[in-house]
Design a protein around this ligand. Structure first.
Ligand SMILES: Nc1ncnc2c1ncn2[C@@H]1O[C@H](COP(=O)(O)OP(=O)(O)OP(=O)(O)O)[C@@H](O)[C@H]1O
Ligand SMILES: [Mg+2]
Length: 509
């Protein structure tokens, strides 16, 4: 006796169809699973046997061969349990073979026969969507499946319930989710830039950074509001599109990070890994490659708080994702690519004690200790950060009665307008924002008049700015000019950009 069913698997972030064949033959009772299964799939034998028995069905005392096709793709996870169990029951004539052909079947089984949620449902369903087959999924994954499926989605709780449903003994209502509605419902932030009192200068720097997609570092003493400000950056970036949301949701889905019944990640992610994090946790990898923080921050913000505390090799590993917008992980069994286009936001204290430049507290650090502390973050990473901004401590309690600050939506509107100027400028050049300009593009789009050239020379020579800062100042000045709606960069724009290079200024001066 033989049964054939359809399910899906995920490789990297892309899903594809997997056929499960079950053959039941006379012979010594045993189960063999073939088709490059991983350990979790091999263990399906035990889960499936127990689940079938505990759901009140007979387990055939025969020789079972289960083949997962195509045979040359490595398969992993526990999502095949339900298909294997139903295949065995169909081969045993408990359910109709014919009926099973209509579905894509996904789900992990507990020993008692309940169906457990699995990771990567969104990618799997997207990968088999064009087949337009109805979908059987764990109840907890139904919302996620329903936002992308074009065919009906049935969320199921147990093996027994699934059998009754397939045999037409009970009806199960298909789970419906309208992606546009779902998106609308969740695309709101719980925080707003208006929550931050004062700090006009810092807010302006954040607006410039987001407008040109410049990476930024915030320097400030403990409690000055760095984390609070950083958390609000997602709210001033142009709204996430549905396509971007799906891309980000895939990464959360395969990492098992969607909450129960959460259908979409509809706001820009904000990831804040601790400084003790490993390079694998940050950029992804492992023997079964998983997305790292850089990918979970895809289309959003990666926030590295207390930057000097991170391990140097961990920071070094950020180079490729920052440069390319994706991470490739190769392992013996497979190689996968995860997208990782994020804006980098870093924070640090201005000195080891944290109070350098504080208006009321005294800094006890020797100048050379401060230099040493700051030099910990020099090099390749600092090279990719265009804007350095000092966050002064404010007495926000005093500011509580101040007039309401500007809401995120107003800032976002200006950023959106500025981005459309940049999209137009870079229409055919493969980039979308000023931060990514090449040397040639800099020459073309950032020409300076004589007074501006003079000012820049003065800054580089006399303020002790490094030559490295030169390009960054030009890029940021371009963004400032764009925000002002100006054709060309003026001294005023340039002067503002020069202010955003705190870390280039030697504190020994
Ligand atoms: N400008 C402000 N307006 C309103 N509240 C503020 C402001 N600045 C700080 N706060 C309050 O102070 C708290 C501490 O700020 P936050 O955690 O962002 O500081 P931090 O600079 O990240 O400090 P640390 O260096 O210790 O991480 C915030 O949660 C907020 O309640
Ligand atoms: Mg903080």
């Amino acid at each position: 006796m033989f049964a054939k069913l359809y399910s899906a698997s995920v490789n990297g972030i892309d899903g594809s169809l997997i056929t499960t064949e079950v053959d039941v033959a006379q012979g010594l009772p045993q189960i063999a699973i073939v088709g490059l299964p991983d350990t979790a799939i091999k263990e399906a034998k035990d889960r499936v046997r127990a689940a079938i028995k505990n759901s009140g069905f007979k387990f055939p005392v025969k020789r079972l061969t289960i083949n997962l096709a195509p045979a040359d793709t490595k398969k992993e996870g526990s999502a095949f349990d339900l298909a294997i169990a139903l295949g065995i029951l169909a081969a045993n004539d408990v359910i109709s073979q014919q009926r099973l052909q209509d579905f894509i079947i996904l789900g992990e089984l507990s020993l008692d026969g309940t169906i457990q949620p699995v990771k990567g449902i969104l990618s799997m369903i997207l990968g088999v969507r064009e087949l337009n087959r109805a979908v059987l999924v764990p109840a907890a994954n139904a919302a996620e499946a329903a936002v992308v499926s074009t065919a009906p989605v049935y969320g199921l709780a147990s093996l027994a319930q699934t059998v009754s449903f397939l045999n037409g003994e009970i009806t199960v209502k298909p789970h419906r989710k309208d992606i546009a509605r779902e998106f609308e419902k969740y695309s709101r932030y719980e925080v707003d830039l208006a929550d931050v009192k004062g700090q006009q200068f810092v807010k302006r720097a954040l607006e410039v950074a987001v407008a040109g997609n410049h990476n930024i570092i915030l320097l400030g003493s403990p409690g000055s509001g760095k984390t609070m400000l950083a958390r609000r950056i997602p709210t001033i970036i142009p709204t996430l599109s549905i396509d971007e949301a799906l891309e980000t949701t895939k990464l959360y889905s395969i990492s098992g990070l969607l909450a129960k019944n959460q259908a979409l990640v509809a706001t820009r992610p904000f990831r804040s890994p601790h400084h003790t994090t490993s390079d694998i946790a940050l950029v992804g990898g492992g023997s079964n490659p998983k997305p790292g923080e850089v990918s979970l921050a895809h289309n959003g913000i990666l926030f590295l708080d207390e930057l000097p505390e991170f391990n140097r090799n961990v920071l070094e590993s950020l180079r490729q994702p920052l440069e390319d917008g994706y991470v490739s992980v190769s392992r013996a069994v497979k190689s996968v690519t995860f997208p990782s286009r994020f804006m980098l936001v870093c924070a640090m204290n201005p000195c080891p004690c944290g109070f350098f430049g504080h208006p009321t507290k005294e800094c006890r650090c020797q100048p050379h200790r401060i230099e040493q502390y700051r030099s910990k973050i020099s090099g390749p990473l600092l090279d990719r950060i265009d804007i350095h901004i000092e966050v002064p401590p404010v007495n926000y309690k005093e500011l509580m009665d101040a007039p309401a600050a500007e809401p995120s939506a107003a800032v976002q509107k200006r950023v959106e307008a500025c981005r459309s100027v940049q999209r137009e400028r870079f229409r055919d050049s493969g980039i979308f924002a000023n931060a990514y300009m090449s040397t040639r593009q800099l020459k073309k789009h950032c020409a300076l008049d004589e007074p501006s050239k003079h000012l820049l020379r003065l800054a580089v020579d006399e303020l002790g700015l490094s030559g490295r800062a030169y390009d960054k100042i030009l890029k940021v000045a371009r963004t400032i000019a764009d925000l002002a709606g100006a054709e060309s960069i003026t001294q005023e724009h340039l002067a503002e950009a020069i202010q955003y290079r705190s870390l280039d200024r030697s504190i020994m001066h």
